[in-house]
Design a protein around this ligand. Structure first.
Ligand SMILES: Nc1ncnc2c1ncn2[C@@H]1O[C@H](COP(=O)(O)OP(=O)(O)OP(=O)(O)O)[C@@H](O)[C@H]1O
Length: 471
């Protein structure tokens, strides 16, 4: 009896259905079309390269088994894959399923109806925007020591997406330190300079939810097609993917595809890749392929510049001493600083008052009290350096001049006494010194206070300054 491709494939499907779950069957096998059967080779048509890769990775053993069942040990399977090259027509060709390590040349196939690469869950997303906030640009992102590397790497990527070795670019840092702002600035810059590029910003949470929806609605193909057509993918808060195995799996394939095709991937995380929990090793190792750059807590000067810039762009005038007061008081993160600023402005406008130091202190008493319960390292460095008449920069420099060494040790001592910073973090704020230097400084100051009455009194005076800072 002569076998035809349809009946052979139907028999294969029958066996496959018994081995895979219903959802997987509907997602990965229902869309397949048998194309022909020649010389004991069954050719099946799959909607995309991605689809082929997925089958190859997840179902190759089942496919091989059912083909051998149907066509005997010499039976083979070939794929016909629909390939989309940007705006060109689909150009189908055939890929050989690894079987007995034989391979065939690609063959042309007709595709009845092209897929819409921008359709996701029934919605045509080509009409939607990139989810980028136009206010998050490089112009509004203030540069400081805390973000210099991340910013300049981001700028390089924005000018040549997919071309620099910073692919992927991973930006990490604590809450409210500007990760989203920076990666969106990169996205906006790519869109501005490279017209027509498809840039997408998506949070990992949204990506996960879209994937779950696609699974539920049998739209995995649309989901993957959509993501595979992106020129620059910005994915925020990847730590959120931890423990979500299936989402990681599809992200892994999307990542590989985009990377192999020279597309740019930009990610953010609240911690460095080595500390990400619940992420597969193969994904983590890819995260480290490009460049990882961190965002640190901004120093005083950067905080002042951020406030000035925001007020300028909002057309609001705030006196210098108020700006400095706010910048001193709120050294945790920029979102908090912005929150305090908004409260102050609201308070002034509701009560029809001028913004001055008094109003700032009054209005922000409660908020600032919480934040100021910890005196900042910047404030200690400033106060101590003024007291000893040395430059703040010298506290962080290598110089071993006696008066500077003392000022540095005293500053470290107060940082240890009055802040919650770890020894390591304190050392970091003093030119990257290690924790043993901080221990030594604290010990030296304690020793000096024991033997030198004048020094002890001086220290008592300084201590009051830190206490007075609390409102
Ligand atoms: N360097 C900067 N210059 C100007 N504004 C900044 C800077 N860094 C952060 N901001 C502002 O601080 C706020 C918080 O930043 P953003 O939302 O980007 O932080 P995040 O690190 O993504 O926080 P989360 O981890 O909570 O998502 C935003 O309004 C942002 O514009």
């Amino acid at each position: 009896m002569v076998k035809d491709c349809k009946s052979v494939w139907n028999n294969c499907l029958h066996s496959i259905k018994e081995s895979v779950g219903e959802q997987s069957f509907n997602t990965w096998f229902s869309p397949i079309e048998p194309v022909k059967l020649e010389n004991n080779i069954l050719t099946i048509q799959v909607p995309s390269q991605f689809f082929y890769e997925w089958l190859e990775e997840h179902y190759v053993h089942i496919l091989r088994k059912v083909i051998h069942q149907e066509l005997g040990p010499e039976g083979r399977l070939e794929y016909s894959v629909i390939v989309d090259k940007g705006n060109e027509q689909y150009k189908p060709f055939t890929i050989n399923l690894p079987n007995n390590n034989k391979s065939n040349k690609p063959k042309e196939q007709e595709r009845p109806e092209p897929l819409n690469p921008f359709a996701l869950n029934g919605v045509d997303l080509s009409q939607q925007n990139s989810q980028l906030n136009p206010n998050y640009t490089f112009d509004t992102f203030i540069e400081g020591d805390c973000n210099r590397l991340a910013r300049s790497a981001g700028y390089a990527v924005a000018k040549k997406p997919g071309i620099t070795s910073f692919n992927p670019l991973m930006i990490y840092g604590g809450v409210g330190l500007g990760k989203t702002h920076l990666v969106q600035a990169i996205g906006n810059e790519i869109k501005d300079t490279l017209n027509g590029k498809f840039v997408l910003y998506v949070s990992s949470e949204k990506f996960t939810n879209q994937f779950i929806d696609a699974l539920r609605n049998n739209k995995i193909q649309d989901f993957s097609n959509y993501y595979l057509h992106i020129d620059a993918l910005i994915i925020d808060d990847v730590q959120f993917l931890g423990g979500k195995e299936r989402t990681q799996e599809i992200f892994f394939h999307i990542f590989n595809h985009l990377h192999q095709n020279g597309k740019q991937i930009i990610m953010t995380s609240d911690r460095p890749p080595r500390d990400l929990k619940g992420l597969e090793d193969r994904l983590l190792s890819r995260f480290k392929w490009g460049l990882t750059a961190d965002l640190q807590q901004p120093d005083l000067e950067t905080r002042i510049a951020i406030i000035q810039n925001k007020m300028e762009s909002d057309g609001i005038h705030i006196p210098e001493d108020v700006i400095e007061y706010l910048a001193y008081s709120v050294d945790t993160n920029i979102r908090e600083l912005e929150g305090v600023l908004i409260s102050l402005i609201a308070h002034a406008s509701l009560n029809r008052k001028e913004i001055d130091l008094e109003l700032a202190k009054q209005t922000l008493k409660n908020i600032v009290h919480d934040i100021e319960s910890e005196v900042g390292i910047d404030f200690i460095q400033k106060t101590v350096s003024e007291h000893f008449a040395v430059k703040i920069d010298d506290l962080k420099a290598k110089t071993r001049k006696k008066e500077i060494v003392i000022a540095r040790q005293v500053s470290m001592y107060f940082c240890k006494e009055h802040t919650n910073h770890s020894l390591k973090s304190i050392g970091y704020h003093f030119g990257g010194r290690d924790h043993s230097t901080v221990i030594h400084a604290v010990q030296s100051v304690n020793d000096m206070m024991q033997v030198d009455k004048r020094f002890r009194e001086e220290m008592e005076e300084l201590k009051k300054r830190f206490k007075m800072k609390k409102v």
